[in-house]
Design a protein around this ligand. Structure first.
Ligand code: SAM
Length: 348
């Protein structure tokens, strides 16, 4: 048994722990979680002040060739109402977002073969030409190294690709055999080699996940030292085979955010939509636990409910401007402020 207080102090001091020590922390109770939270909030403040960066999320397609067992837009979900946004529609989202103060656009979608390399390049170039002061983040899943390189050369700055789980056996329980752990890992390597600001991440409470798996995720993240880390709770989707699995919890998600903030003090850490979905004040609680990014949705309201990764996703009905003003109020209420800046990571 380790003394919990000593472990928290050791993590704060050394910015890492051994796997068995992390497992102890992962299993800790309320008091220790509060200590982690308070330190993580302090570290966030020391590195980024009270500034919270906003990213405009454009969910531009929900077609997907992949079949992740947990995901509502997986290929085999025949109940999913599929859509694609045109270049004009995407640019309209950007215009709207730019006027609201967004300086990063995140293009996220299923792995949709319709959006060829050429099309992604054209979208990226058009955004960068019209908004040269903005960053473009891509989140398009697994591509070849050549494709990643072309997107980068066309101006894409960042790439989000959650590793999902750092444990191969666990990965294989969440994905069909064609989607290999090795390929996911290789993609992350390529992205780093090419020079993207890279984001990895995982779901908290995904089916079959153990405390050891979470410790492995944390050590993996420490090792690859990314610029961003996306962590949100797993939330079941009725049309997937994981429909009866319990959702990830608020407490465990907050604990993971705090530990990651302490392990990589300068990382960009979003308080995710999934976190806001499992708790009405999830985003605020995420920020209080060390997060410093929020990613409101800029997609047209007509398609939002169709980008349904999990049940009961929040903010599917509101206009972006409404979302932004609601978010501003919420963030101000916890003593932080939304900033209009590209918000590049200081973890370079
Ligand atoms: N296709 C791209 C990819 O694979 O990275 C981006 C889109 S994918 C839908 C974005 C993320 O959604 C995944 O990395 C996964 O962690 C998360 N996600 C999918 N299903 C989820 C669920 N049921 N609960 C919570 N998060 C989920």
């Amino acid at each position: 048994m380790f003394s919990m207080n000593n472990l928290v102090q050791k993590l704060y001091r050394e910015k890492t722990l051994k796997k068995d020590e992390l497992v102890e922390l992962i299993n800790c109770g309320e008091d220790t979680r509060e200590k982690l939270r308070a330190l993580a909030e302090k570290v966030r403040f020391e590195n980024y002040g009270n500034d919270i960066f906003i990213r405009g999320l454009i969910e531009f397609t929900n077609y997907c060739r992949q079949n992740c067992y947990y995901c509502g837009i997986r290929r085999d979900n025949l109940n999913c109402n599929r859509y694609r946004l045109s270049l004009d529609e995407i640019m309209k989202c950007c215009r709207n977002g730019y006027n609201l103060g967004f300086r990063t656009f995140v293009l996220q979608g299923g792995e949709d073969p319709y959006f060829s390399e050429d099309k992604i390049c054209k979208i990226t170039e058009t955004i960068k030409t019209n908004y040269p002061d903005c960053a473009v983040t891509l989140s398009l899943g697994e591509k070849s190294k050549e494709s990643y390189k072309r997107f980068f050369d066309c101006g894409a700055d960042r790439y989000l690709l959650r590793h999902e789980t750092a444990n191969k056996a666990h990965y294989e329980k969440l994905h069909p055999p064609k989607q290999t752990f090795e390929n996911r890992m290789k993609c992350l390597e390529y992205l780093k080699e090419i020079g993207y600001q890279v984001g990895c991440g995982f779901m908290v409470g995904s089916p079959y996940q153990t405390a050891e798996n979470l410790a492995e995720d944390l050590l993996f993240i420490k090792k690859i030292n990314p610029q961003m880390v996306g962590i949100g709770p797993f939330i079941h989707h009725t049309d997937t085979k994981f429909r009866n699995f319990p959702d990830g919890t608020l407490d465990m998600t907050l604990k993971m955010l705090s530990i990651v903030r302490l392990m990589i003090p300068k990382v960009l850490l979003p308080a995710t939509t999934a976190l806001a979905t499992i708790d009405p004040n999830g985003r605020e609680k995420g920020i209080k636990a060390g997060a410093n990014v929020v990613m409101p949705n800029l997609s047209p309201t007509s398609v939002r409910k169709d980008y349904s990764l999990y049940d009961n996703k929040v903010c599917t009905g509101e206009e972006s401007a409404m979302c932004k003003s609601c978010l501003k109020r919420r963030i101000n209420s916890i003593g932080c402020r939304i900033v209009t800046a590209r918000g590049d990571s200081k973890n370079m």
